[in-house]
Design a protein around this ligand. Structure first.
Ligand code: MTE
Ligand code: MOS
Length: 779
């Protein structure tokens, strides 16, 4: 058959798998033609909602007088807890600790208490400020250390992971050291803020256009607050302008309010908060206070690790359980701990309930592994890279994680070796040391940090996906699946898979908005598993149709099934070659079913949380980065001079998109550890709630030299979609190389005799203070 195909001279399809393809919306993003929720034309009579937020961190609500709000120009009405027709509860994990509107008390500064609905957004926004609320203040804590001191409760069950005997191993270790590290939180700073646009339908029906990573959850939540079954609620999202985990559970607030108002007033209702309110009222990355003890030998080999990971969870559980679990799952990073005990402390605080953010707690745990490497290196006077290499997971031995999963796909040595070679790491490190020895104002630092990141949702049931593929009788293909597009290129990758199954050009596959009406019971597009899950489900759907087409042709033309071959934009049946469109038309006329629902569930994985044992991850993704920085010792200001990354995405479905993910993730990780600082004042108010006070990296902050390569030789050992690997989150943690390079520059002021123990974010102020301390200067 192959011979015949060659004779006919078939070319490759345009846009198949493993090819660099531009993001399907790239040109629309830059020309403004990409439609976001706020761009959807509003039907006549559309109303606008705005949230009324608390201005106390913890208080009883003695009374709430909304008369002035109701009387304000343009106001149609207000909604409070009493107006919620179903349940006043949007807890995504069934803990009933997340009221849609506060009743009786408020538990953080910025909690939603009511909503006002008006003719225009501006009227609603102004009216919301007119509420007169009488509070009785209660004691509060905003900080995780204070919360522990005040014996605040956990918001959810803590986790313990344990392997081996920690006490005796620690006691027998030739060296021991203890430390603590504060790891900051992070605002998602998606370009498109939160938004929901609800259009009422007949009877109990409502359609909500929501900027959400998790349409099914928004659907269930809207049904829950309305007191209607899920079949009455349809959620639609064509794309988000970024989510980064911030739109996994937090859109529930906005969608619920818009839907209740739309049903109540029978008009379309839109809710879009200002950036300030978005930042104040929605959850962020958890900041952590981590404590560690490590025992090690003269070679820097770890013998025992004991760690606690306390997180500022905010007032409710939200996703803090799985987030703090994932911190523990990544506290080993790429290193073998012979004896280990890790504990999470998901602390309640009177702050906004923290939530998913790229890496999902993993980065906050993983950074401790890297801090430990750094500590050991300074203690022994070694290059941290040498300590890292001494502790990497082995091949066939020293390969069991703290959660008792065996690492069978380890490629960290090869990744690191190649990067060391290609970046001339050893010579450059020596050059940095020589430069610093001159004692100038500008000091330099260089660091190589690796990442190993587990792929799968640790909530096992989330590892399922559905897709719906139609082939219309003109040969055009309609693709839908449960994944959402937030800029990461998921829709393009899944379309490439479908194009490949049918062997048709990519532009013949129509990418369509995610909607709960087409594919039900979907998981959040999260845990980096969007293409793993939805790619497989879509392939399954397309393959079902293809199988029916093959059956049809084999029977009609009396040939064997293997005589029906899909060639680029054509089908070869025996010796007869038909254009794909004509072939489909023929099949339609013969009444072949040209639509299919596909399904996929990740095999092999299981997790016993109580025992702390299992295989929570289907596989691991690996990578490494070398960063070099320059620091001004008089001001603490710094620049990243150069970063080189080698990252593993298995056999990439789309190298261009994957490289973009690696670049973006690295820069976002670098921002988390350097300039992005969240700061609450003594009244519990978040004071960094706009770009004026919260500094994300700008184009000019990217490394001056920035080389990103994919490990092209890598192939996923597991049969994932075309042997690719997830890419969304793992490279985020490569930003740690910048923090450690800064640390080296600081350490140079004291002859590298002491680990500077920089907390994160290492803002210029914090770097300056660390340098003052090490240099023995007056602050
Ligand atoms: N890339 C862009 N451009 N925008 C985003 O919001 N979110 C990240 C990552 N990359 C994000 C992104 C996060 S937190 C995750 S979990 C993954 O994308 C989700 O998409 P995927 O599973 O399809 O990779
Ligand atoms: Mo990503 S934090 O899993 O949405």
């Amino acid at each position: 058959m192959q011979k015949i195909a060659e004779k006919i001279g078939a070319e490759a399809i345009r846009g198949g798998v493993h090819l660099s393809q531009r993001h399907d919306s790239a040109h629309k993003h830059v020309t403004g033609l990409a439609e976001y929720t706020d761009d959807i034309p509003e039907p006549a009579g559309t109303l606008h909602a705005y949230l009324g937020l608390s201005d106390r961190a913890h208080a009883e609500i003695v009374s709430m007088d909304l008369a002035a709000v109701r009387a304000a120009p343009g106001v149609i009405g207000v909604l409070t807890a009493a107006d919620v027709p179903g349940h006043n509860d949007i807890s995504p994990v069934g803990k009933h600790d997340d009221p849609l509107f506060a009743t009786g008390k408020v538990e953080f500064h910025g909690q939603q208490m009511f909503a006002v609905i008006a003719e225009t957004r501006d009227q609603a926004r102004r009216a919301a400020k007119l509420a007169k609320v009488d509070y009785r203040d209660l004691p509060f804590v905003t900080d995780v250390a204070e919360a522990m001191k005040a014996n605040y409760p956990f918001v959810t069950e803590p986790l313990k992971l344990e392997r081996g005997e920690v006490e005796p191993a620690m006691a027998a270790a030739p060296h021991r050291l203890k430390g603590a590290m504060r790891v900051g939180g992070q605002d998602h700073f998606y370009l498109e803020g939160m938004i929901a646009f609800a259009v009422p339908g007949e009877d109990d029906e409502v359609t909500v256009y929501s900027s959400t990573q998790h349409p099914s959850e928004v659907q269930h939540m809207v049904a829950h607050v309305l007191g209607v079954p899920s079949n009455a609620v349809t959620i639609v999202v064509r794309r988000m302008g970024g989510g980064f985990g911030g739109k996994e559970t937090q859109p529930n607030i906005f969608a619920s309010v818009a839907a209740i108002a739309a049903k109540k007033w029978r008009r379309a209702v839109k809710l879009r908060p200002d950036r300030d309110d978005d930042m104040v009222a929605t959850g962020k990355r958890h900041d952590f206070l981590n404590e560690y003890e490590v025992g090690f030998d003269d070679d820097g080999r770890i013998l025992a690790v004991d760690g606690t990971f306390a997180a500022r969870c905010g007032f409710s559980a939200d996703l803090s359980g799985p987030v703090t679990d994932r911190a523990l799952f990544h506290a080993d990073n790429a290193y073998f701990y012979p004896a280990v005990r890790l504990r999470s402390k998901p602390m309640k605080t009177n702050t906004v309930s923290n939530t998913a953010f790229r890496g999902f707690g993993g980065p906050q745990g993983l950074i401790i592994a890297e801090r430990i490497m750094e500590e050991i290196a300074y203690a022994l006077g070694k290059d941290p890279l040498e300590v890292r290499r001494a502790n990497f997971y082995g091949q066939g031995e020293r390969n069991v994680t703290p959660y008792h999963q065996t690492v069978t796909d380890n490629i960290i040595d090869r990744v690191v070796d190649e990067l060391v070679e290609s970046t001339d790491y050893a010579a450059r490190r020596q050059a940095v040391i020589d430069w610093n020895a001159k004692g100038g104002v500008i000091r330099k630092g260089i660091a190589l940090t690796p990442v190993k990141f587990g792929i799968s949702f640790t909530a096992t049931w989330y590892n399922q996906a559905g897709a719906l593929v139609h082939v219309y009788n003109d040969g055009s293909v309609h693709l839908n699946h449960g994944g959402t597009e937030m800029g990461q290129g998921l829709f393009t990758k899944v379309a490439q898979v479908v194009a490949d199954v049918f062997q048709i050009d990519l532009d013949r596959v129509k990418i369509t908005a995610t909607t709960t009406a087409k594919v039900p019971n979907t998981s959040a597009t999260a845990a980096s598993s969007g293409s793993d899950l939805n790619g497989m489900a879509a392939e399954n759907a397309a393959q079902q149709i293809k199988d029916r087409l093959i059956d049809f042709a084999a029977e009609k033309y009396s040939v064997d099934r293997d005589q029906v071959v899909f060639q680029p934009n054509a089908v070869l049946v025996g010796n007869r070659r038909v254009a794909f469109d004509d072939f489909v038309k023929e099949a339609y006329m013969a009444r072949v079913h040209l639509s299919a629902a596909g399904f996929y569930k990740t095999p092999e994985i299981h997790w016993d949380r109580a025992a702390g044992k299992g295989r929570p991850f289907y596989y691991f993704a690996y990578g490494a980065a070398v960063s070099e920085v320059s620091v001004d010792t008089l001001t603490g200001e710094y620049v990243v001079d150069r970063t080189d990354i080698l990252h593993d995405v298995g056999r990439s479905l789309n190298p261009a998109v994957d490289k973009g993910q690696v670049e973006g993730a690295f820069v976002q990780g670098m921002g988390w550890l350097t300039t992005e600082e969240l700061w609450w004042d003594d009244k519990g108010r978040l004071r960094t709630h706009a770009p004026s006070t919260y500094k994300i990296p700008l184009a000019g902050d990217r490394p001056a030299i920035f080389n990103v390569r994919l490990a092209e030789w890598s192939v996923n050992k597991e049969p994932t979609i075309r042997r690719s690997k997830a890419v969304g989150e793992p490279p985020f943690m490569l930003g740690i190389s910048v923090l450690e390079a800064l640390s080296m520059a600081v350490a140079s002021l004291a002859g590298y005799a002491e680990c500077p123990r920089l907390d994160a974010p290492a803002t210029p102020e914090r770097v300056l203070r660390a340098m003052d301390r090490l240099a023995g200067r007056e602050a």
